[in-house]
Design a protein around this ligand. Structure first.
Ligand code: N01
Length: 549
């Protein structure tokens, strides 16, 4: 970071009476915790974090569904800003589950004494910009009023549950749950007939675990999804040592790659590789498992014919694993290129359909018509159920921001400013909403990147920007309209250069939420390239932004 790293504790924020802050941060997940630390301890600002959950963790606080596990490898799914922290913490498995991630984030929060500036169980109900005072006026659901010069949303990209509006849900005699709002005490499936709607990353993780204890599991699939084995395992002492001894090199790889993972994308073309050699490469990648499969060839996300070779390989694997040919055919009837939707990784997902107590129902062929008191009725049949699990995803990227009643200059609601889709500069700031920063907002690499890498870059950029303003006596920043126009165009160009927009049902496009504008939201130009763009903007005295004060 360009800013001073002098640790300076703020005194104002320590006062329980204080209602006015330099900065308010919404959310206490990976982003909010690090943003608090940077603003409070590096810049000496008074900061209050407001968090709806009862503890730190953000998305991991809520997503405790059976089988939940991160798909980034644990040694890369953590902060890299502190060498001491990296040395101290040790992950136990290749992919961390929610309990271990929550232990980690609590450790970080305690180690850096962050919790004293976080108010839990506090949801922001509105945030309005007061131009005359140059302040954000924030209200909470508990009726509190707070003000701050800077408002920083650290609400995560996937925190607003998408529960489909299926008629009859209120009449259901059983219990129903959304995976993103999972009861902390867990759900007992034993002896129960369970219906699982959704086969995204979540449904694919949950199905095998639910099937183990439920009397019967019916998986309602609308879109067949690719998946590659995760091959989770405990980390060996050798690997743990490797991580500690090579922390700097691992960080360097993560910061130089397209999507922030600790491995690089192979510099070979699937199409130019002879078929036998290509098959051997895919077989080896399948054995290694993880998102590394996507990195087997450089052209999988840019060339449809190259992508078809991966799709064919996975289709053949599904047919090899799943014994019933009709079920295998439904599971592999893909309507989009591999990895054009977020590519899930799994533990025994396809194998689960060989169990006697599991059935796949194709709800694209025969759509769900209603939920009845007894279960789910599709066009063709009624399925009696005791529990329905909605693994139906999120109102991604914009949902949590738009539900917060954010209003900018002249009372302009963000819902209106973004009526046709999100419009901002660098995914960081919205024209007409001065001093509002959105960590991993739409228009930034965010969900196309290993999240902690994207988060650290955003938080540090925002911190540097605020430090710059204070050094120069500036009190207000917002982007110029022409910079926003150019960035929105750039986001579209970057998406069009890939196969990502070909997944018509993707939440990247907002296609999973009825009425949401179809706009490709994340920046697909790569994290390393994006990092450079942001750094260049800062070097040129924040080109594209206007300051006042
Ligand atoms: O949600 P999704 P998710 N009737 O939107 C279906 C991250 N994540 O929670 O494709 C029937 O991907 C929908 O069908 P369709 C990761 O970034 C990470 O699974 O719209 N079906 C789809 O099958 C991921 O991408 C991890 O046709 C309906 C499913 O529900 C993101 O979270 C783990 C329906 C939703 O899939 C979201 O994943 C989990 C309806 N009315 C999640 N509505 C890891 O780190 C929706 N569907 C491993």
């Amino acid at each position: 970071m360009a800013t001073t790293s002098t640790v300076k504790e703020a005194s104002k924020s320590d006062s329980p009476q204080a209602r006015s802050f330099d900065a308010l941060v919404v959310g206490a997940g990976f982003s909010g915790l690090y943003q608090l630390l940077c603003l409070r301890d590096r810049l000496g600002l008074s900061v209050q974090v407001l968090e709806a959950g009862g503890g730190v963790g953000g998305t991991w606080y809520w997503n405790r569904y059976p089988g939940a596990r991160c798909d980034s490898e644990s040694h890369s799914y953590c902060y890299s800003f502190s060498d001491e922290l990296t040395k101290e913490w040790e992950w136990s498995e290749r992919y961390p589950g929610p309990p271990e991630i929550l232990r980690y984030l609590n450790y970080v929060a305690d180690r850096f004494d962050l919790k004293r500036n976080i108010r839990f169980n506090t949801r922001v109900s509105s945030a309005h910009y007061d131009e005359a005072a140059n302040l954000w006026r924030v209200n909470t659901d508990a009726g509190e009023a707070l003000t701050a010069q800077f408002l920083i949303t650290a609400v995560g990209c996937l925190s607003s549950a998408n529960i489909p509006n299926i008629s009859g849900i209120d009449t259901f005699n059983g219990r129903w749950y959304h995976t993103g709002e999972w009861p902390h005490e867990g759900v007992d499936f034993s002896g129960k007939r369970v219906g699982l709607i959704g086969t995204g990353s979540t449904g694919i993780q949950a199905a095998p675990v639910i099937a183990e204890t439920a009397a019967h599991l019916t998986v309602f699939q609308r879109t067949a999804n690719y998946s590659v084995p995760a091959r989770n395992a405990p980390l060996t002492p050798e690997f743990k040592r490797y991580v500690k001894e090579n922390a700097a090199e691992i960080r360097q790889v993560m910061q130089s790659t397209v999507n922030g993972h600790p491995f690089t994308i192979a510099d070979r073309s699937a199409l130019e590789t002879p078929p036998e050699e290509r098959q051997a490469i895919y077989e080896a990648a399948w054995e290694i498992g993880s998102l590394r499969f996507r990195a087997a060839f450089r052209d999988l996300l840019t060339d449809k014919a190259a992508n078809d070779t991966a799709a064919d390989f996975i289709r053949a694997k599904i047919r090899e694993i799943v014994k019933d040919p009709a079920t295998a055919a439904k599971l592999s009837d893909f309507d989009h290129p591999y990895a054009a939707k977020r590519p899930p990784i799994d533990t025994d997902y396809f194998e689960t359909f060989n169990r006697d107590n599991v059935k796949l129902v194709d709800v694209r062929a025969a759509p769900i018509e209603e939920i009845t008191p007894q279960g789910i009725r599709t066009r063709d049949a009624e399925y009696p159920l005791d529990i329905i699990v909605f693994a139906t995803g999120f109102d991604g990227m914009t949902g949590s921001l738009l539900r917060m009643d954010i209003r900018g200059r002249d009372g302009l609601p963000l819902t209106k400013a973004w009526a046709a889709g999100p419009r901002n500069y660098l995914g960081l700031q919205v024209a007409g909403f001065p001093n509002l920063f959105t960590v991993t907002g739409p228009g930034s690499p965010s969900v196309l990147c290993n999240m902690p890498v994207a988060i650290e870059q955003h938080v540090e950029w925002i911190t540097d920007c605020i430090a710059y303003m204070r050094e120069h006596g500036l009190t207000r920043i917002e982007p110029k309209n022409e910079a926003v126009d150019a960035w929105v165009a750039e986001v579209n160009v970057a998406a069009e250069a890939t196969l990502l927009p070909l997944a018509k049902h993707s939440w990247y496009l907002g296609a999973n939420v009825p009425g949401k504008p179809r706009v490709f939201m994340p920046y697909a130009g790569g994290m390393a390239h994006y990092r450079k763009i942001c750094a260049d903007v800062a070097t040129k005295d924040y080109e594209g932004f206007t300051f006042s004060g």
